[in-house]
Design a protein around this ligand. Structure first.
Ligand SMILES: Nc1ncnc2c1ncn2[C@@H]1O[C@H](COP(=O)(O)OP(=O)(O)OP(=O)(O)O)[C@@H](O)[C@H]1O
Ligand SMILES: [Mg+2]
Length: 256
């Protein structure tokens, strides 16, 4: 099962990604939780203490690794480098193990500065190869915490994802973002795009999303002040919010 979580900034992608990954792990599954958002903070959502956050270094910033694997230094376009660098040991080597049974591996990919230009720089080659590997060649459950832009994914990677989940909150803006994600996903040949409503405070919020949303809804997550409190305290939201656990559990059942 490979799941990519996307959506507008601040809608709750990271909260959902961490909770889903945790629930799969509780079931005994091996999980790869991938922070593919350049503004990485998935580790904090697992409650990794501030002093340990530096252990989750984004792969895009690992200059020596990039050079070792591709044969070329980052920032050196036009060089000669391997197009098929070895990546299969990266999660075990550079990921942080989490969960009661240490069956979650958390890995941050980061994003190369040149990614937007789509250049064939060494760091891009390594990141693309890594993402493709994670999505198409691994046995574990993979949960990708992404930004809203998914256009940098290659078709091969996007098509390997079983479900794209776009998180929306009650409001036109996140729904508009969800639509543009769906269009991008279509363009990449993605099979399944679903939505999850978050920060739902009332019946009327739920009704609003149901009415406006033209992407199939997997479920919704209520607004819970305990989730905000968890963020303030640097704790995992799923540890402080029983409601979040229950609602994400239902969403997870629908995905599988
Ligand atoms: N259901 C909820 N109830 C209350 N607060 C929530 C809920 N879901 C998320 N939040 C809060 O909203 C903020 C944004 O959540 P989160 O970081 O998960 O979103 P994101 O989409 O990953 O954001 P970004 O785009 O910055 O990566 C956090 O402070 C989080 O605690
Ligand atoms: Mg996030």
């Amino acid at each position: 099962m490979k799941i990519a979580i996307t959506g507008k900034g601040g809608v709750g992608k990271t909260t959902l990604s961490a909770s889903l990954a945790w629930l799969f792990a509780e079931e005994g599954k091996k999980v790869l939780a991938i922070d593919a958002d350049p503004d990485a903070n998935l580790a904090a959502a697992f409650g990794v203490p501030a002093q340990e956050l530096s252990r989750v270094r984004p792969i895009a910033e690992m200059t020596s690794l990039i050079e070792e694997r591709t044969g070329s230094r980052p920032g050196a376009p036009g060089g000669v480098y391997r197009l098929n660098p070895k990546v299969d040991d990266i999660p075990e080597e550079f990921g942080l193990r989490l969960g009661k049974n240490k069956n979650i591996i958390l890995l941050a990919t980061g994003k190369s500065k040149e990614a937007a230009s789509g250049c064939y720089c060494p760091e891009n080659v390594l990141l693309r190869r890594l993402l493709k590997h994670l999505v198409t060649e691994r046995d574990e459950v993979v949960v990708l915490d992404m930004e809203a832009g998914i256009e940098h994914l290659t078709r091969g990677t996007a098509q390997g994802v079983d479900a794209f989940i776009v998180v929306v909150e009650p409001g036109q803006r996140s729904i508009q973002t969800a639509r543009s994600v769906r269009e991008m996903a279509k363009g990449l040949g993605v099979k399944k795009v679903y939505a999850v409503a978050n920060k739902v405070k009332s019946e009327s919020d739920a009704a609003f999303i149901e009415e406006e949303m033209d992407i199939p809804l997997l479920g919704s997550i209520s607004y819970d002040p305990a989730i905000v409190e968890a963020d303030k305290q640097g704790q995992a939201p799923f540890m402080l919010s029983g409601g979040l656990m229950r609602e994400v559990s239902r969403i997870k059942e629908k995905i599988v």
